[in-house]
Design a binder for this molecule. Structure first.
Ligand SMILES: Nc1ncnc2c1ncn2[C@@H]1O[C@H](COP(=O)(O)OP(=O)(O)OP(=O)(O)O)[C@@H](O)[C@H]1O
Ligand SMILES: [Mg+2]
Length: 405
């Protein structure tokens, strides 16, 4: 199947109006925090639906995805993007200044002059994000929306929390009730991780709430079925209910759905079977393959790592790495005393795994890196096939004898 975009104008329009403070109730003028699982279409929605919806309302949009900035510091990426937007909007003089590598920008004549050093945002006094956004709003004559995709990754940076506080200050300084000049949208793959920005009393956006972004559903499946039949008329009628079931099994992830549809269209995969039957079988394979990866990764851990991960899987956002309950739970699983330093060492290993199993914020809070593992774990527990986390294979006994550092 060719990669096509299923537009979601109603959802985007509703969110844009809510951000502008135009929703009657439950306005998102204080910030929109959106969570949805991995690969379900967050970035596509933000870029292909929400951005144009905001632009159509005359808003200048700055979009940043922190997913790609794993190596660099995410706060630097933010400053660079705001500065780029500022220079792009500050007019000809600014662009000439940028070309000439001048440190600051002077605009306007007489009284209405504007001076701003876009290259030093966040790095020099007087170059706060608030000042930068104020200049951007004035220079562009527009309201500004800042969309931060995978925003929780800002918290990995040592400066991340300070930057989030600055963004909140900018919002509070520049916005008046009924006159929203700076809109903030933050998205994340994991409600728990994104929640670190809004949930605790010390969190930068305490009091805001994380909203689940609706995943693609029946409308998308019907649309895709139409495209499928258009592209492959020989399929005849496709069973929408079956497609919806498979999409659900695949966790509402369009790319995985496309892949199994593509596979079911290959005659050699069909081997005399119908399209529907092949599709179901290919989807089952994908799901089982993914579950096998979780099972393998879990089994390959040392008993202590497994115990710590088990406690994190069970406790979710309530997990406190060095709390008495965590130590007690680990001790119960392992049947022996566990030191805080051992839990710390295990958590470090889980973070260093490739891909990581565990995520840590700059403030020392832990979350699962891949939230889908919870569903796998719960299914294992429900089926009672979970290997006891402290199981005593030869390998495990060796690991238990040796310190795990
Ligand atoms: N509305 C849509 N119509 C068609 N395909 C879509 C749509 N939304 C997403 N997709 C496809 O689904 C895949 C995942 O989309 P996207 O990268 O936007 O998801 P994501 O939730 O941001 O993922 P990640 O968790 O990796 O950041 C992509 O291949 C994309 O093309
Ligand atoms: Mg994304």
């Amino acid at each position: 199947m060719p990669a096509l975009h299923f537009p979601r104008p109603a959802l985007a329009g509703e969110m844009a109006r809510s951000l502008m403070g135009q929703a009657k109730f439950d306005s998102e003028a204080n910030g929109l925090f959106l969570a949805a699982p991995r690969r379900t279409g967050k970035s596509t929605f933000l870029r292909a639906d929400l951005t144009p919806a905001l632009q159509a309302l005359g808003v200048e949009v700055i979009y940043l995805d922190f997913w790609g900035t794993a190596k660099g510091d995410p706060t630097d990426a933010l400053y660079a993007e705001v500065s780029r937007a500022l220079l792009a909007n500050a007019g000809v003089v600014a662009r000439l200044a940028e070309k000439a590598k001048l440190a600051s920008v002077k605009l306007g004549a007489g009284g209405a002059s504007l001076e701003f050093d876009a290259t030093r945002i966040g790095k020099a006094p007087g170059s706060s994000l608030t000042a930068a956004f104020r200049e951007l709003i004035e220079a562009s004559g527009k309201r500004v929306a800042l969309i931060l995709d995978e925003a929780q990754d800002l918290l990995i940076s040592p400066d991340g929390e300070a930057v989030l506080k600055e963004l909140k200050a900018a919002r509070d300084t520049l916005n008046l009730p009924g006159d929203v000049k700076l809109m903030l949208v933050m998205s994340g793959s994991d409600r728990d991780k994104l929640g670190r920005i809004v949930n605790t009393a010390a969190a930068p956006f305490y009091g805001s709430r994380v909203r689940d972004m609706p995943v693609l559903d029946g409308d998308y499946v019907r649309w895709l079925a139409g495209e499928l039949v258009k592209a492959y008329p020989s399929l005849g009628v496709v069973d929408n209910a079956l497609l919806a079931h498979i999409f659900d099994r695949l966790g509402h992830r369009p790319a995985e759905f496309d892949r199994v549809i593509g596979e079911a269209l290959v005659p050699t995969h069909r081997a005399g079977r119908g399209f529907d039957e092949t599709l179901l079988e290919r989807a089952q394979r994908v799901v089982e393959g993914e579950e096998a990866v979780y099972a393998d990764r879990f089994a390959a851990l040392t008993p202590t790592q497994r115990a710590v991960l088990t406690v994190l899987l069970e406790r979710g956002p309530a997990f406190s790495p060095f709390g008495a309950e965590t130590l007690a739970a680990c001790e119960k699983i392992l049947g022996r005393k566990v030191a805080t330093s051992t839990v710390q060492a295990a958590l470090n290993k889980l973070r260093d795994a490739d891909p990581p199993l565990v995520w840590k914020s700059n403030r020392g809070e832990y979350a699962l890196d891949d939230h889908r593992m919870v569903a796998w774990y719960r299914a294992q527990v429900a089926a009672s096939v979970r290997p006891p986390a402290g199981a005593g294979s030869t390998e495990d006994r060796k690991n238990r004898a040796a310190p795990e550092h």
